[in-house]
Design a protein around this ligand. Structure first.
Ligand SMILES: [Zn+2]
Ligand SMILES: [Zn+2]
Length: 344
C-alpha cells in the first residue's frame, strides 16, 4: 500500500513541478544561388558551363555531365524542378521563403535586364505554383531594396547589397548609394516604435570571403566605409535585428559580428547554394552539393529556434538516376539566456 501511495506522491510531484510552456513556432525556407541554366546539356562541354556549341552537335561525344548537374556547371532545369519538389515534399506550407538571389548562370558576358526579369519571373512562378501562394506586393522598389511584414511583429528587410559591393566602383565616392542606409535606419527605428523584430536579408554578406589561397588576403565584400556604416547601424539596432540571412559564398557558414569595443553582437547565417557550380580554376572555390535550408522560428517573438540543412548527393543522384535528398544536420540556434545577456 505504501508503495502505491509513494507512486501517487511521486506522480503528483512530477506533474505539479512541470509547468507546461507552449511556444508557437513556424517555418521558412532559405534558398539561394539557384543560377538556373537553360542551356545546360548532358553532353555539353563541362569547361564551357556544360553548354553545347554548334560543332558539338555533330561530334561523336560520349561525355555525360549528369541528369542532375555537374560540379563545373550551373543548375539544369531538372535539378531546379526536383529541388522545388523536394521543398514541397518536406514542408509545403512555409510561412515565407527567404530567397537571397543569384538566379542567372555564371557568364563572362552578363545578361540584359529583360532576360534577368524573365528568369526571376519563371522561378517566382514555379515557387508560387509549387507551394507558395502569396506574393509580396511592393509599392516602391527604388534602389532594389524593400521591407515587408511577414507576420504581426516580424519584419523582413531585403537589402540591395550590390550597392556596397567592393567590386562595384560606381558608388565608391557616394556616401549613401540610393540612400539605402538612411532608409534602413528609418525602417529599423519605425520597427522599434511598432514593437517589431527584424530579419535582414541580402545576397552578399558583410565581412570577408572566408577561403583564400596561402599568403592571399581575405577578400572584403563591401567597400570599407560601407561596411563600417552598415555595422554601426546593425550595432545600434542589434536588439531589433534578430536574424541576418545571406547567400553568395556557395558555402555553409555563419558569421559573428565583433565591434571595435570587442563585444560580439549579432550573427548572420549564410546558406549553401542550389547550384553545384564551383570555380575549378581557383583553388579556394569548393564544389558543394545542391542544398536548401528549412528554418524554424518562434512566430511570436521571431526568435530563431533551429534549422535543418538538406542536400542532394549529386554524384549518387546522377549515378542512380534517382533523387535522394538527405539532410546534413539540424542546428540548434537557441542561445542560453545568460549567454545572451553577457553579449548584449
Ligand atoms: Zn552565386
Ligand atoms: Zn553572388
Amino acid at each position: 500500500m505504501w508503495f502505491v501511495s509513494l507512486c501517487i506522491r511521486i506522480l503528483t510531484w512530477f506533474f505539479v513541478s512541470h509547468s507546461i510552456e507552449c511556444y508557437v513556432y513556424g517555418y521558412f525556407w532559405h534558398i539561394t544561388d539557384i543560377h538556373l541554366d537553360r542551356n545546360y546539356s548532358r553532353n555539353g562541354n563541362a569547361k564551357n558551363g556544360c553548354h553545347k556549341k554548334i560543332e558539338d552537335i555533330f561530334a561523336f561525344n560520349f561525355t555525360d555531365n549528369g541528369v542532375y548537374g555537374n560540379f563545373q556547371c550551373d543548375t539544369p532545369e531538372f535539378l531546379f524542378n526536383t529541388t522545388i519538389q523536394n521543398m514541397k515534399d518536406l514542408h509545403s506550407r512555409p510561412d515565407f521563403i527567404v530567397w537571397t538571389g543569384d538566379n542567372m548562370p555564371h557568364s563572362k558576358n552578363g545578361f540584359d535586364m529583360d532576360t534577368v526579369y524573365t528568369e526571376v519571373g519563371v522561378i517566382t512562378d514555379l515557387l508560387i505554383a509549387t507551394m507558395f501562394y502569396y506574393l509580396i506586393k511592393f509599392t516602391s522598389l527604388q534602389g532594389g531594396f524593400y521591407s515587408t511584414l511577414v507576420s504581426p511583429g516580424l519584419r523582413v528587410i531585403a537589402l540591395n547589397t550590390i550597392l556596397w559591393l567592393s567590386e562595384n566602383n560606381e558608388n565608391v565616392r557616394v556616401k549613401d548609394p540610393e540612400e539605402q542606409f538612411q532608409w534602413l535606419e528609418t525602417v529599423l527605428s519605425n520597427s522599434i516604435v511598432n514593437q517589431e523584430k527584424v530579419y535582414i536579408t541580402g545576397h552578399i554578406p558583410p565581412g570577408f570571403y572566408p577561403r583564400t589561397t596561402p599568403k592571399q588576403k581575405g577578400i572584403p565584400m563591401y567597400h570599407q566605409h560601407f561596411v563600417e556604416h552598415f555595422q554601426s547601424i546593425a550595432n545600434n539596432y542589434s536588439y531589433v535585428i534578430i536574424g541576418q540571412f545571406y547567400g553568395h559564398f556557395h558555402l555553409d557558414m555563419f558569421q559573428i559580428f565583433e565591434y571595435k569595443t570587442g563585444t560580439s553582437k549579432g550573427s548572420a547565417f549564410i546558406a549553401p547554394p542550389v547550384s553545384p557550380w564551383h570555380d575549378d580554376q581557383s583553388s579556394y572555390s569548393l564544389p558543394v552539393n545542391p542544398s536548401v535550408r528549412l528554418v524554424r522560428y518562434f512566430t511570436e517573438s521571431g526568435g530563431l529556434l533551429d534549422y535543418t540543412q538538406y542536400y542532394l548527393d549529386l554524384d549518387t543522384a546522377n549515378c542512380r538516376q534517382k533523387v535522394i535528398w538527405g539532410f546534413n544536420f539540424k542546428t540548434d540556434l537557441l542561445i542560453p539566456e545568460n549567454a545572451q545577456s553577457s553579449t548584449s
